[in-house]
Design a protein around this ligand. Sequence first.
Ligand SMILES: Cc1cc2nc3c(=O)[nH]c(=O)nc-3n(C[C@H](O)[C@H](O)[C@H](O)COP(=O)(O)OP(=O)(O)OC[C@H]3O[C@@H](n4cnc5c(N)ncnc54)[C@H](O)[C@@H]3O)c2cc1C
Length: 464
Amino acid sequence: MPAEEFHEWLRREGRIVIVGASLAGLRAAETLRAEGFAGSLTMIGDEPYEPYDRPPLSKAVLLGKASPDHTELPRRREIDATWRLGVAATGLDMAAKRVRVADGDEVPYDRLLIATGVRARPWPKEDEAQLDGVFVLRTRDDAVRLQRRMKAPPRRVFVIGAGFTGSEIASACRDQGIEVTVAERADAPLVGALGGVIGTVAAELQRDNGVDLRTGVMVTGLEGDSTGRVRAAHLSDGSTVETDVVVVSLGATRNTDWLAGSGLGAGPRGIACDAGCRAFDFRGIVTDDIYVAGDVARSPHPLFGYQFLSLEHWGNAVAQAEVAAHNMISAGADRRPHLWVPAFWSSQFGVNIKSVGVPSLGDEIMITQGSLAERRFVGVYGYQGRVIAAVSFDNTRWLEFYQRMIETGAPFPVDFPTVDRRPEGRKPVPADFPDPSLPTHGPTVTLSGYSPADRHLVFTPARH
Ligand SMILES: Cc1cc2nc3c(=O)[nH]c(=O)nc-3n(C[C@H](O)[C@H](O)[C@H](O)COP(=O)(O)OP(=O)(O)OC[C@H]3O[C@@H](n4cnc5c(N)ncnc54)[C@H](O)[C@@H]3O)c2cc1C
């Protein structure tokens, strides 16, 4: 059948299956219907709930200001789908175009979207991870369990890992007057994502808010009492912290296990796809019927030297899902690339943190507005003479401006005057990222497709 005719048929009566019924899955389904897809749509999700929003789980929900049961994602439109919730996809037969599900059923598709996201990396020692009082935070069920314990309230919460989620949990604890210790292997919180210069500010922020922050240490073990409840954490510096709640915030693992042996280019780093969201098979050849979106995807970006970007960003999940859905039902020339500039936000200790671009690629940073001392500033990251990212603490309004600079490959250091630039912002300083081959809590943006230890890439900015 010629491509045009095939796509007309597909739009009219094709079968589309979406695995992963969360943010990316839902937004893709809505886009498919909005663009006129009239065939059958099946949503397969291993959680028993309709799509809900995760960012509030470590913010409003932990603060007791929102209930985990009321975090459903707002719907843009009706999607008229068959929902198969509480059942995991367990396998994929690419040749027969079928998804196997946990109840033994097989669901056929003409187009498949994989949006299975990530899951929290558990505490690696299984017997210790089983102790009562040891939590992770990724799902609504995790939030219900943790929120219940926070209400008790605990004597002390012990957070392992000072990435964004760990830091937000610590912030929620202090907001409620709960004692909290945070242990981080790197020298400061948020360093994997934002580097040491900003990490120093984040460390002061935590300590000023009463967090017992321990950096440059590893947690060597968790100890339970005779009833199986966690009672202490042991650290590599020989110290012990007594605690009754431990939250493990060690980053995420991509949900690709169910694709083992399928022939798809899926692994621990996610599922590789082209800029049009089409998945690669294990030979690196692009498929035409399998698409990927959201946290599980890794896709090339021209602004970042065509390296593969893995993003754990809410906005990326939405934008990529929209592009994937559009491309699934469009013929070649009508397809669009996913060229979203990464953007992330977090709120902690009363500070609104936002970033655009890929800070972890930057080797230098320049404070272009405000000052680090006031914790109200914009920091711009440079890489090989180009603006590559920006971060703001309580200074959001400038980020759009810097986003344009990233998009156009503007020169770094930036040389325009700004009203509130202070002496510290007149020249760039090393951004001070830890060696990327050493595991820390992990950034929420990862570049891959090259050796993580190799930063000697030629940056080729996009020309418009
Ligand atoms: C606590 C928390 C706070 C966050 N805060 C922020 C923030 O402040 N800013 C920001 O930009 N981002 C934030 N994020 C990240 C943001 O929520 C994610 O980027 C977003 O949820 C990604 O959506 P997704 O649909 O790709 O994946 P997910 O939301 O992970 O959804 C994937 C779904 O697929 C399901 N699934 C997995 N395997 C299977 C299978 N085999 N079969 C069927 N279903 C399966 C999963 O259970 C899940 O329901 C936060 C995340 C968390 C957990």
